[in-house]
Write a protein that binds this ligand. Structure first.
Ligand SMILES: Nc1ncnc2c1ncn2[C@@H]1O[C@H](COP(=O)(O)OP(=O)(O)OP(=O)(O)O)[C@@H](O)[C@H]1O
Length: 324
């Protein structure tokens, strides 16, 4: 069935592997309109959006917003592993919408806060009741790593982008130093997302294999599955290493941004690791800040278990643009 009127907005989330597209009405994703496409099947943004529009019976959206897993500069997004042109002109052409926006995907995740079904939010670390409009922080761990602070101001919500997954990997002990050396030997530079990502968990596993003189490889799915059923000690050790570094990095970002409104972890790896984060030392590493250890209990930490939150955030961003 089509959607012939143009009160709809089109929203898309372009990840490293897949593009998710949906229609939104105000801040609500319209039930049954979410589709997921493999990027490899399309030669560009126009092709995937036009396929979606045709799938929806030729919908004529009044506005469109895409969230992209890469830096956005002067209205143009770039992605390391995808050579699509993602800019406003292409988005206007593909959708014929009157208003278009391009966000970094973590910005979109920030715009989604407050519009996520509470049933999709899992608490990891409790914190005090936040003041209204306290600053928040979203941290994404999936194909890559990134974060964005979220500020609710009188003029509206502001979510400044970052590329903090490409900052140096922090080190707290001998083993993390050896992991860092293992990563830099392979990549020339030890970035946060070289460990805090799906591939990163696989790297932590490979590093432990090298240390044990038994180099075996495992996919991140198999490592997480082995943690879930306790069938492989090295998988548990790799996930513990990953989890502690995630706690350290989230603690560092919290000291930089002071998210008294809470930290929200998003992305496929955050969801997959959510049941193990406390057991594997996330809280201890998060609080491991010397004289500021007690101060860290000001920040609650949740995992958002909604794979489509970036779509909701893109819709919220367009609605805020329209409202004001
Ligand atoms: N259940 C899981 N167990 C282990 N690893 C997982 C699981 N789900 C996702 N991952 C890993 O997380 C990464 C994908 O994360 P996410 O789903 O957030 O994707 P993305 O960054 O939005 O990109 P895309 O949508 O293109 O995959 C991959 O490295 C994948 O192997």
């Amino acid at each position: 069935m089509g959607h012939p009127d143009n009160t709809y907005a089109l929203v898309a989330d372009i990840g490293g592997t897949n593009t998710r597209v949906a229609l939104a009405h105000g801040r609500q994703i319209v039930d049954g309109t979410i589709k997921r496409y493999s990027n490899a099947d399309f030669h560009g943004l126009e092709a995937v959006l036009q396929t979606y529009i045709a799938d929806q019976g030729g919908v004529d959206p009044m506005a469109a917003c895409v969230a992209v897993a890469g830096p956005v500069h002067d209205g143009t997004a770039t992605m390391t592993n995808l050579d699509w042109t993602i800019d406003k002109d292409t988005l206007y052409r593909a959708t014929k919408a009157e208003k278009v926006a391009i966000l970094n995907d973590l910005q979109a995740q920030g715009h989604a806060l407050g519009y996520i079904d509470p049933g999709n939010i899992r608490n990891i670390l409790a914190g005090p009741e936040p003041a209204p409009n306290a600053a928040r922080l979203v941290v994404g761990v999936g194909t890559g790593f990134n974060a964005a602070p979220v500020f609710d101001l009188a003029a509206g919500r502001v979510v400044p982008p970052s590329e903090c997954g490409h900052a140096n990997l922090p080190i707290r002990n001998e083993m993390e130093l050896r992991l860092c050396q293992f990563v830099s030997t392979a990549h020339g530079f030890p970035a946060v997302e070289d460990v805090l990502s799906g591939r990163g968990l696989e790297r932590a596993y490979a590093f432990l294999g090298q240390e044990a003189g038994d180099p075996r490889e495992r996919s991140s799915q198999d490592i997480v599955a082995a943690c879930n059923d306790g069938s492989d000690e090295r998988s548990v050790a790799a996930a513990r290493l990953f989890t502690r570094i995630l706690g350290t990095v989230c603690g560092n970002l919290s000291l930089i941004q002071l998210p008294f409104g809470g930290v929200s972890l998003v992305g496929g790896m955050a969801r997959a690791m959510a049941p193990h984060l406390i057991e594997f030392g996330f809280g201890d590493a998060f609080r491991d800040k010397g004289r500021f250890a007690g101060f860290m209990s000001n920040f609650s930490v949740d995992v958002i278990e909604d794979d489509y939150a970036a779509l909701t955030g893109s819709a919220a961003h367009l609605a805020a643009m329209t409202d004001g």
